[in-house]
Design a protein around this ligand. Structure first.
Ligand code: GLY
Length: 390
């Protein structure tokens, strides 16, 4: 078990417990007198490890609520529903509210905890790779409102985030790979040798999976679970490494005034891609360019490749071989089985990016990768981006 702290100045304000199994969770719950757990119903039904988790919670007489999650249901109404349940069940200011699920669950339960009785302590047990490496670290909570994603929210740190790869073994492959894209993003920002280690691991996992399923005809789900189990140790090391990077960035810039913006690498493009894919999905008449839809990680993967292309164009005069990084990132993503070719034009994306909620004075902060482990934040207008990307 490894403990990683998030600091405000010299004071540790949140801790991330990275463990190999759920064994150490009871000791994390020890200090709390009353526990209220909100669990994603889908996780409760599909993830075998939640059986053990529920036992741990029952031993502490925790109250448990199941919620159904979706991007559409990430609303103030659901947050109010969680608050109503806390109130009905007598949660006082001493309570610990625990979220078990992916980013939607942790964002909503975190937000409910921030406003319930003007704020009670909360903790996260993230059950997706995406939330273990990103959403459940750093204290961003919130909901969608008026067509904007996460536009209402608060930054406040959970007491602790408990993560272990055991909770990921039943995660569908596509959701898992969505988290791999965010993990690679983290290591493009700060490497310490982990980018290549991660790219190699997920290339191996992808190859082993293809051999088992295509050559030996093994059941897809079973093959995937077994391969993840086999690589649990390295996976655990990489999850901890990604958490250390994010904890460091958040400790230096909790409220995203500066360095934390780096974590948005690829995300301005990604949000435009997600919006365009959703729009096409709602139009029965037109042929969708992403017929299977797009996961957040896939959109981030496409966004990172576009960000590398933008960096190539932006730094063109300063660099010898400007296309190398874009090629490396896209090849590595393909090798991990993460689609990263964006089917939308820069003009289509520009329409959406112009409305980016993070735009300041007509400029958007783009995160430009210069090398693996080195990125720079550059404020550009969307028109400038369009001209560079032509
Ligand atoms: N997901 C980016 C951040 O937490 O700042």
């Amino acid at each position: 078990m490894e403990q990683i702290n998030i600091y405000s100045g010299k004071k540790a304000i949140s801790r991330i417990v990275a463990a190999e199994s759920l064994r150490d969770l009871p000791s994390c719950l020890e200090p709390y007198r009353s526990i209220y757990a909100v669990i994603d119903g889908n996780v409760a039904r599909k993830c075998p490890a939640t059986g053990q988790l529920t036992e741990i919670l029952k031993n502490r007489n925790a109250k448990i609520k199941l919620i159904e999650t979706s991007e559409e249901g990430k609303t103030l109404e659901t947050v109010m529903d969680i608050c109503a349940w806390l109130l009905e069940n007598g949660a006082d200011r001493d309570a610990l509210v625990m979220a078990v699920g992916g980013g939607i669950t942790t964002d909503m339960v975190g937000f409910a905890s921030c406003i319930y009785k003007r704020g009670v302590r909360f903790a996260y047990v993230p059950t997706t790779l995406l939330s273990q490496v990103d959403a459940a670290i750093g204290g961003k909570t919130g909901v969608n409102f008026d067509k904007y994603k996460n536009i209402l929210g608060i930054i406040r740190q959970p007491a602790f985030t408990y993560m272990c790869p055991q909770l990921l073994e039943s995660l569908p492959q596509r959701d898992f790979l969505s988290g791999v894209a965010e993990m690679l993003k983290t290591f493009i920002i700060e490497d310490n040798g982990n980018y290549q280690k991660a790219a190699d691991l997920f290339f191996d996992i992808s190859s082993e999976y293809h051999v088992e399923v295509m050559m030996y005809g093994k059941d897809e789900k079973q093959a995937w679970t077994e391969i993840l189990k086999k690589h649990r140790r390295t996976l655990s090391e990489l999850i901890s490494a990604a958490a250390r990077v994010k904890a460091g960035v958040v400790s230096r810039d909790q409220f995203e005034k500066d360095e934390r913006r780096k974590l948005n690498l690829g995300h301005t493009f990604a949000h435009a891609i997600e919006t365009l894919a959703q729009r096409e999905a709602m139009e029965a008449e037109i042929q969708q360019r992403l017929p299977e839809g797009v996961t957040h990680g896939e959109a981030v993967a496409m966004g990172m490749v576009l960000a590398a292309k933008l960096a190539d164009r932006y730094y063109r005069n300063d660099r010898n071989d400007p296309t190398e990084l874009e090629a490396k990132i896209s090849n590595d993503l393909w090798d991990c089985n993460i689609p990263c070719y964006c089917p939308y034009s820069i003009e289509e994306m520009a329409q959406i990016m112009k409305k980016d909620k993070k735009a300041e004075g007509g400029k958007v902060h783009f995160v430009l990768p210069k090398a693996i482990g080195e990125v720079e934040i550059v404020a550009l207008t969307v028109d400038e981006v369009c001209r560079l990307m032509e």
